[in-house]
Design a protein around this ligand. Sequence first.
Ligand code: PMP
Length: 363
Amino acid sequence: MTSNLSDRMNRYLRADVQGMHGYAVQPSAGLVKVDTMENPFRLPPELRRALGERLAEVALNRYPAERGDLLRDALARHAQMPEGCSLMLGNGSDELISLLTLAADLPGNVVLAPVPGFVMYEMSAKLQGLGFVGVPTTADFQLDGPAMLAAVREHRPAIIYLAYPNNPTANLWDDGVIDAIIEAAPGLVVMDEAYQPFASRDSLDRLKRHEHVLLMRTMSKFGLAGVRIGYLIGRTALIRELDKLRPPFNVSVLNCEAALFALEHVQEYAKQAATIRAERAKLFDALAALPGVHPFPSEANMILVRVPDAARLFAGMKARGVLVKNVSGLHPLIANCLRITVGTPEENPQILAALRGALEELH
Ligand code: PMP
């Protein structure tokens, strides 16, 4: 039976896919979960009840066309979408990354991004049969301008992704270097602003200035990671073409309604983001005070820290009930680095205590 199935798989499923690792999701039950940059706050109980009532009224027997239109309009207002642009919805920005790759699927095309970076740029390119060019950042995680420009000239990428702020390094890039890359880009440049609620700058002006720039955002880090809403803003003519690749009704009515509700209570989420930014500053200082721990400056809701032994400290923190992400294996530039999502004012002392305990165990 098994060999029969593996024969079928070998004959009819892609060998490269069978050789790949899937997107890793760590089990987190019972742990302080600070591994995936979620907003740790929920809505207050009275708003949760109001949301429940709203969701109860949604017509589940209908396809989500009308709710999707309302959500696109609400997000366009929320993001201050410029004149001449349109907005496309994705089931998370992960889906938008896949659709962009599908759109660029011509023989020889490549996707380019700085590394270490968000793993889905490379994964989706490879799944689609496109090449991926990862250009290492400098040791302090800035864009290597000359190397990026040389790679753009050499590989003529169909799509360049610039996560702004970057994941997992949490920093913004130098704006002059970004602009030089945009000038040199032969294809599209996607400014991936998943962490925009926590950053001091964004790319709205850049989008206005350049018609080959797309702005990608998500409601995930804002506070709706479970709802799966990403969006892409670009010139109407470009979005019209990309939108043809979107599976019809890709975002459910329940997701649309929950997102509409969240946008009606944007002040609540703005307060949460402000708390997270303030907690980030405190967590950064406390991490910097630990022996052998070096946190890197953050414009996102995560802090990358270099530690003496990431594998043992990851395990030691987990044994103390705190789940972080050991990103050491992703790229040599982040060897011995842990990525810690900023938690609640109650969780952050627990994170620090777990790291302190794990550090003491090293000796
Ligand atoms: N872009 C970046 C830079 C990310 O870090 C992530 C998720 N961690 C995403 C996009 C995907 O977000 P989502 O699919 O939840 O919208």
